[in-house]
Design a protein around this ligand. Structure first.
Ligand SMILES: [Zn+2]
Length: 102
């Protein structure tokens, strides 16, 4: 399977994947990535990296949020932000962040 081609939506520490095709209005339904969880939401945009407006949300989950995954995402975002504002090489920046989190 092509993992790269599957956008994921992140909201409130939960992750959602696209559930089926967009409907006639272009509304996209998302389901929680956890099997058997009924958490769901809908948006009108599925572009990776873009902020989206939730048009409906069922933020009821039968599991905890995923702090590890969230941490990784947040860390990646911080590295990117810092890399944009710095002349330092990315490798150096990553090392610095690792130190900060320990
Ligand atoms: Zn869930």
């Amino acid at each position: 399977m092509d993992r790269k081609g599957a956008p994921q939506l992140h909201f409130n520490g939960q992750f959602y994947r696209i559930n089926g095709k967009p409907n006639k209005d272009g509304k996209i339904n998302w389901r929680c990535v956890v099997t058997n969880c009924s958490g769901a939401c809908a948006t009108y945009n599925s572009n990776i990296g873009q902020e989206v407006l939730l048009v409906s949300l069922k933020d009821i989950h039968n599991h905890a949020t995923s702090p590890t995954k969230l941490y990784n995402l947040e860390r990646r975002r911080k590295i990117r932000t810092k890399a944009e504002n710095s002349d330092e090489r990315p490798r150096k920046i990553i090392n610095e962040l690792d130190d900060n989190y320990e």
